[in-house]
Structures are given as C-alpha cells and as structure tokens.
Ligand binder design. Structure first.
Ligand SMILES: Nc1ncnc2c1ncn2[C@@H]1O[C@H](COP(=O)(O)OP(=O)(O)OP(=O)(O)O)[C@@H](O)[C@H]1O
Length: 259
C-alpha cells in the first residue's frame, strides 16, 4: 500500500510571543499521493500556516505531520512551492529563474535543458525563455513560477493563492491550464484559495477550514469528471457543491444575507 503524501495527526500551531496566535488546532487528515486538494477558508484561518508547516518553513507545536512517510523537520525533499506573488528574480531571464531550484540542489543546469523546454511548452511560454520577468504579463509570470516549482519533479506541489493577484479572465485561464498541467504531472497538489468556485473546479477534494484557530470543518469529495471544462461551473452538479460550501460558511457566520 502506498504511503499518503501528507499525514496530519491532531496538528496544532501556536505562534510564539506574548500574543502568540493559535493558528491551527486539531488538524487530522490523510492526503493520498496524486490527489489535487483545495484548501478553502476565511482570511486568517491558518491556510498559509498549514502549507508552511507542510513545507517545513514553520514548526508545528502539537501533533504529528508526515510528508511521504517522514516527519517534517525542515523543508522535505521533493516539494515545490508557488506563492501569490511570483517571486521571480528580475535580473534573471525566465529560463534562469526556472532553473533556480536545480542550482539550489547543486545539480547541473545543463542536464535540465529538455525539462525546461518541455515545461515552457506546457505553459505556452516557449518563446519567452530568454525574456526577463518585467517583459511578461502577470499571468505569464505566474506560469513561469509554476514551471520553476515543477522543474525538479516535486512529488508535492504547494500553491498558496497563486492566482489571487490576477484579473478574473486570466485567473479562469490559469485554472484551466493548471488542471491540464496537473493531469500530465500527476503530483500531489495542496492549493490554498479564498474562492469557493476555484476550489471546487480544481479539487478532487475541498478541505474547508473554520475561522481561527483553523480546524478542519469538512472534507468534500468533488466527483466531477476530468478534464473539467470551465463551463462545468454552470452545471447543477457544480452548483450543488458550491451551495453546500456556502451553507457551511453561513453556519460559521461568515456569509450573512438580509437584515
Ligand atoms: N509569522 C507569524 N507570526 C505570528 N502570527 C502569525 C504569523 N503568520 C501568521 N500569523 C497569524 O496566524 C493566523 C493565521 O494566518 P495565516 O496567514 O495562516 O492565515 P490564512 O488563512 O492563510 O489567511 P489569508 O487567507 O488572509 O492569507 C493569523 O491570525 C495571523 O495573524
């Protein structure tokens, strides 16, 4: 039996300091390898904290957290990250930005030429490898950041609101493209978002977090066939998922209608 990509047992996180915030409480979940998991919740509920704990960038203060069967103690091998701001280095061209993780891992960039070509092709940036970040639009920059996260074949891809800064049209396009890329790479993805529709569209499952301290309220399996066209969002099946999630937020007092 294969080991789950991420196993959390009663994970909690309290930030240090006199007013140390309790960001997470009692998170228990098993995420099988190859699954696309959307993490959805209100602002400040600990979504980024959870991702940072999985990435080994923050220590948990209670419970147990395993990535690929090993306890997280510092950044685990085989993890790629994409953030809301693409964090491309302005003085490096796109190819050299994509090769950063390879350099960090002290591997030979020249061994990755084909891989970079393939990734650029996959995200439609083949003509921009020698361009600099400032010459690209926001969506193109974020696609380059996705290539960088994928270049060393991570088994686990952590995405923290990667499309949050994009306009609605570009965001839709990126959602569709991310699904296509993931269907080819089949790595495990943890995708943090505020958007109910985005979470349902992309996810095999949606983990819904409660307000702070973040607890796992419900894990919803999204049983919609792939590839999912963007128009799936107009179907009754899709609407049932989003309505259910909206009702959870209403129960939490986060969405109020009327007087
Ligand atoms: N480095 C830190 N030190 C102290 N407190 C922190 C730190 N990072 C986050 N917090 C606190 O932990 C809580 C959870 O923050 P986190 O960024 O994980 O939430 P989030 O769900 O990702 O929010 P958003 O959706 O607004 O990005 C917040 O109350 C925040 O103020």
């Amino acid at each position: 039996m294969s080991v789950a990509a991420v196993q959390a047992r009663n994970v909690s996180k309290q930030y240090p300091g006199a007013r140390g915030v309790q960001a997470l409480s009692g998170i228990t979940t098993d995420i099988p390898a190859g699954r696309f998991v959307s993490i959805l919740g209100p602002s400040g509920c600990g979504k980024s904290t959870f991702l940072r704990c999985v990435a080994g960038l923050e220590n948990i203060t209670g419970g147990e957290l395993l990535v690929n069967g090993s306890k997280v103690q510092g950044p685990p091998d085989g993890v790629g990250m994409v953030f809301q701001r693409d964090a491309l280095l302005e003085w490096r061209n796109i190819r050299k930005n994509i090769l950063l993780p390879v350099e960090f891992a002290k591997k030979r960039p020249q061994d990755y030429t084909d891989k970079v070509n393939h990734l650029l092709d996959l995200v439609g940036l083949s003509d921009f490898g020698h361009s600099y970040p400032r010459e690209l639009s926001g969506g193109m920059r974020q696609r380059a950041a996705i290539c960088r996260a994928l270049v060393d074949d991570p088994s686990l891809l952590l995405m923290d609101e990667p499309f949050g800064a994009l306009d609605a049209f570009t965001r839709d396009q990126m959602n569709f493209e991310l699904q296509r890329i993931w269907m080819e790479t089949k790595n495990t993805v943890l995708f943090v978002t505020h958007g109910i529709s985005e979470a349902v569209y992309l996810g095999d499952v949606v983990m819904v977090f409660s307000p702070r301290p973040g607890r796992l309220m419900e894990t919803i399996t999204i049983d919609l066939p792939r590839p999912r066209p963007l128009s799936v969002r107009e179907t009754p099946e899709f609407g049932r998922y989003t309505a259910h999630i909206r009702s959870l937020f209403e129960e939490m007092g986060l969405i109020k209608e009327g007087a």
